[in-house]
Ligand binder design. Sequence first.
Ligand code: AR6
Length: 174
Amino acid sequence: MKTAGAIRLLKGDITKLEVDAIVNAANSSLMGGGGVDGAIHRAGGPQILEECRAIVARQGGCKTGEAVITSGGRLPAKNVIHTVGPVWNGGNRNEPELLASCYLNSVQLAFRNRISTIAFPNISTGIYGFPKPEAAEIAVTTVKNYLEQQQLLQQVIFICYDDENFSIYEKLLV
Ligand code: AR6
């Protein structure tokens, strides 16, 4: 565990965290999937999917780079912010900008919901294939810039599930 101002680095399972909001690396259908998305829906129970269905009925899913919020269902976290990372396609299809939007829209949505502690997984670096070092750099830069501009968000946790991401973040956050 490391601290860098309001940023904290953890290794493990995001579904275990008792924070105001955990972020889900979802897909635009918001109907669940594998990876961290599957883990969050399994641990949080049917309430989260029900709220996702209501969002889909209202706005037709969630575009890449955008974010929506539901309750945390049975999770220890109070809320889940679902964001849709870009699929890595070689890097010339706005993937870096879209990934930065995921982090920025998530912290802005947290701010609007008076959330003070939030935890992020390593969005897009699993099934969506975004290179891990570049993704980590974007995540840390975007969140650090945002934290400098506001006072409400007290703690941002980056939680890494795999060793590779954890050592990349460790180096970035020293
Ligand atoms: N806690 C924290 N991080 C986790 C956990 C967990 N329980 N499980 C996996 N990770 P991925 P993506 C890490 O594939 O690349 C889904 O099917 C994992 O090690 O979950 O954005 C969605 O529905 C990796 O570093 O998300 C979408 O279709 C990171 O979470 C698609 O996958 C992200 O990996 C999204 O792909």
